[in-house]
Write a protein that binds this ligand. Structure first.
Ligand SMILES: *Cc1c(COP(=O)(O)O)cnc(C)c1O
Length: 355
């Protein structure tokens, strides 16, 4: 192997959680990956160590100026016992772009994927085999240099932790209620919307809480300038089926270029369905609803794969989509994508990577 990571095995393995009651992101495996960066020395000492708290200087730059990024992907166990990752090279590429935006030194993309594979392999007995479950992988990088002042840090940690997660939906694909946010905004052209950095998410908490208080599970973001064009839903990308056209927001710097989004676009094109990456106003969506042309709305992301939307609320105007039922296309995309991820449907795009 081109990359060798030193391994320290835990002497106190943890009790594994009950796979019938897995909550998202609450249990972590026995080991974690860590690699350090020092200016002049570069990235060094990639290693697998027992999962444990880390120490950080109170002046560590991340705690004050939020120089931090993260990623998310999953490992699946196929019926024939293989361990599969879904397009990890895309996470590596996105990490490179995010790092560049917030001045974190780049990591070799091959090393990045090898580190993920090595850790997943080492803790592979934590991948729950039950239908719908998987091992969530969270790579993240943060500034550790102790200093106060706004400039990029000269020291960083790159870490990977793993968490066994349950089926996102207890009882099948339940449509969600989405609140269209017309007060706060998430991103603007020239900002950081396309990068997966912690700062983007702290800025979204307020409207998420507002939505929750009113009984909505997530927020649909509108553009930061005119509050007119739809962008994305919470931590997932948004798709609208109007007539025979599927529409999703274009990648113009304000939305996160989701790997699930990209995969959905590939599949739709492959099926000969019209998919447009174009600007779409919330007005156009409500008008399509009035005319009976709004067929489906769904969100795409690693956590839930495809999540159908059953209701939208914009300026107190509520519309019910597809009788609050999962749409034909949403269901087909969900089945196809999760089938490929689990190794039960032929992977003709070469998306899965065996660990
Ligand atoms: C992570 C994320 C997505 C979805 O990306 P995937 O690669 O499909 O998981 C979409 N929007 C936001 C804001 C995200 O953070």
């Amino acid at each position: 192997m081109k990359y060798e990571f030193k391994v320290t095995k835990t002497t106190t393995p943890k009790q594994k959680p009950d796979i019938n009651h897995l909550k998202f992101g609450t249990a972590f495996t026995d080991h974690m990956f860590i690699m350090n960066y020092l200016e002049g020395k570069g990235w060094h000492d990639g290693r697998i160590v027992p999962y444990a708290p880390i120490t950080l200087d109170p002046a560590a730059a991340v705690l004050h100026y939020a120089q931090e990024m993260f990623e998310g992907l999953k490992a699946y166990k196929s019926k024939d016992g293989r361990i599969l990752l879904f397009r990890p090279d895309m996470n590596a590429k996105r990490t490179t772009r995010t790092n560049d935006r917030i001045c974190i030194p780049g990591i070799d993309e091959e090393l990045y994927v090898e580190a993920i594979k090595a850790l997943v392999k080492f803790d592979s007995d934590w991948i729950p085999g039950k239908e719908g479950t998987s091992l969530y992988i969270r790579p993240f990088i943060f500034a550790t240099e102790p200093f106060l002042g706004v400039r990029s840090s000269k020291e960083y940690n790159f870490m990977i932790i793993l968490s066994p997660v349950g089926a996102y939906y207890g009882e099948g694909l339940a449509p969600t209620k989405i609140f269209v946010e017309d007060e706060y905004v998430r991103a603007a052209v020239g900002g950081t919307g396309y990068s997966k950095i912690g700062g983007n998410y702290v800025a979204s908490l307020k409207s998420q809480e507002k939505a929750h208080e009113q009984g909505y599970s997530q927020v649909l973001w509108l553009d930061g300038v005119e509050r007119k064009y739809v962008e994305e839903i919470g931590t997932s990308n948004a798709f609208f089926v109007i007539g025979d056209e599927v529409i999703t927001a274009p990648l113009e710097g304000t939305i996160l270029p989701g790997i699930t989004r990209d995969s959905v676009i590939h599949l739709l094109k492959d099926w000969g369905i019209t998919i447009s990456e174009r600007r779409l106003t919330i007005d156009e969506i409500y008008k399509a609803y009035e005319e009976g042309k709004l067929k489906e709305v769904f969100a795409s992301g690693t956590a839930a794969v495809i999540s159908p939307v059953g209701e939208l609320c914009w300026k107190n105007k509520k519309i019910e989509i597809n009788d609050n039922e999962i749409g034909v296309l949403s269901k087909k995309l969900y089945d196809e994508l999760s089938g490929i991820q689990l190794g039960s449907i032929k992977d003709k795009f070469g998306w899965t990577v065996e660990v």
